[in-house]
Design a protein around this ligand. Sequence first.
Ligand code: KIV
Ligand code: ZN
Length: 388
Amino acid sequence: MDPNRVIVFDTTLRDGEQSPGISLNAAEKLEIAQQLARLGVDVIEAGFPIASPGDFQAVRTIAREVQGPIIAGLARAHAADIERAAEAVRDAERPRVHTFISTSDIHIQHQLQSTREDVLGQARAAVAHARSLVEDVEFSPMDATRADVEFTAEVLQAALDEGATTINIPDTVGYTMPDEYAAFLTRLYVLVPGLHDVVLSVHCHNDLGLAVANSFAGLKAGARQIECAINGLGERAGNASLEEIVMLLRVREADVGLTTGINTREIARASRMVSRLTGYGVQPNKAIVGRNAFQHESGIHQDGVLKERSTYEIMSKASVGFDDVSSIVLGKHSGRHALQSALMDLGYDVAGQTLNQAFKRFKELADKKKQVTAMDLEALVTDELRAD
Ligand code: KIV
Ligand code: ZN
């Protein structure tokens, strides 16, 4: 495989579904999984099969019906979880079981109420059991970024000894920082040399708004799988947003040198679908998929974009699948040039004194209305033309 190719592991249907209030039925999950396949993700984490009979069914349906991506099911490091996950993904073209156990002392003492020794044994047994059922096994040391790096390395070594094929390093509570996360991964590469022979993966939460930055730092440190979700959905403040990390790699490809297999023109459709089916709206100023992401309000910006789009746009809206309709929002900050261009789009070739008059009336209107619509413009210009 190309060493610069990043595997996109989408967890919208698992970690994303853990967002408060989201509960997708099997048909909805299948619809999203089919769109994820069109988008070109490499791995779909379809759910947590032991969690409920409905989730088991949804994962099984996706495994049977969605071709292309690897289909993964999540499992705690318990035999029953692993068996249920393996059964759910069994019919996939390429099934994967993803098993995890925490390595931080906070989790070991307070949540698992266990010991490091037991965790090490459980991790080893879980990976061995999963490998007896499927060939492709991912292992995650949960809360790794708050764990002792030496102990985490010991657990990873055990997972590799038992045949794990992907090692994922979760920043479960979104606590780490880019330099720190990269240093953590670099240290693991030193402590566990076998990591160079498998895929290292990043899984970052967004509690401090650093999920994408931390994931990117992880890729620069050598990871080649990124776990992410459409619209950045996920537990609490969410996961790294798929569209943001993918477009970062695309827009800065010449500098970073990493690629994905994502068909970016399917991003907008995926975002709208996930928003509709989960009921989670997208904030207007969200990078890449927010409704303002390609809109220009200030007169200076509008003037620049009308002369040459690259003045204020680093990617085209068409490249992420939005229709290439006008990205100019007319409001009180807009200039004469933007008005003239909007009128031209509506079929009115207006210049000179008529444009000056129309512009004056437009500014009066814009002071009263937040956004001036095409209908307002038509009314305004036809009045002006009539007065001529
Ligand atoms: O955030 C996390 O630690 C997880 C694991 C299950 C990978 O979602
Ligand atoms: Zn997570």
